[in-house]
Design a protein around this ligand. Structure first.
Ligand code: CA
Length: 232
């Protein structure tokens, strides 16, 4: 469901894509793959990833070029980037780090090592993604036990309401469109429409706010919903 964060893989070797996708999805990440710079740009335009795994050698435009481009852009400059290089390119890895990659791995790499570095980078960039507990104001969401507590009172949320709250709370302030919520909570294949999101947000609010004055869910008219970053 991608609740642990969204990772973009930019790589033209199908074997490596398959290996990475399998292992990252098994860890609960939402994975998007691009084979070249055009696909990568399209994906980034649609929704910013939380981390990018970027191959050095790509057709047409190199990973280095893309990395520089993303570092120069206000929207993408803080997204952690891990660069993949072939052994023969290892000398140039220093260049990779100077153009703004946060880390690099030399192929063939250990998948466990890569997962550990991803975890470290995500934790640094956005602790809320990795944490087992999301806490905002008097609301605490315990991911391990799927429990939500507000001011010492346990709330009983339906599974979709829980997923919605977790997704919104993992990035306070980030506005999620109904379409994004559908894709991430219900999956792309299931026949539901955007009205479904409103219904479940309504149920979430009811369960979350009963007996409390403040509503932490913000409606952004014409767009979607966010967990209010100012909620304390
Ligand atoms: Ca390549």
């Amino acid at each position: 469901m991608g609740l642990r964060g969204k990772i973009l893989i930019v790589e033209d070797e199908e074997d490596i894509i398959t290996l990475l996708r399998y292992n990252l999805e098994a860890k609960g990440y939402e994975v998007f793959c691009a084979h070249n710079h055009e696909e990568a740009r399209l994906i980034i335009k649609e929704d910013l990833p939380d981390l990018i795994i970027l191959d050095w050698m790509l057709p047409q435009i190199s990973g280095i070029k893309l990395c520089q481009e993303w570092r120069a852009n206000k929207k993408t400059k803080n997204i952690p980037i891990i660069m993949l290089t072939a052994r023969s390119e290892e000398k140039e890895k220093i260049l990779g780090l100077t153009v703004g990659a946060d880390d690099y791995m030399v192929k063939p790499f250990s998948i466990l090592e890569l997962l550990a570095r991803i975890n470290a980078l995500l934790r640094r960039a956005n602790p809320q993604i990795i944490n087992d507990r999301l806490i905002a104001g008097n609301i605490e969401l315990d991911r391990e036990n799927h429990r939500v507590i507000r001011e010492n009172k346990e709330l009983h949320l339906g599974p979709k309401e829980y997923d919605l709250l977790e997704y919104l709370m993992s990035k306070p302030g980030r506005v999620r469109s109904r379409e994004q919520l559908l894709d991430n909570i219900w999956g792309k294949d299931i026949f539901v429409n955007e009205r479904t999101v409103d219904v479940h947000i309504g149920r979430l609010r009811k369960a979350l706010n009963k007996g409390f004055a403040k509503d932490p869910i913000r409606t952004v008219r014409g767009v979607g919903y966010a967990f209010d970053e100012k909620y304390k």
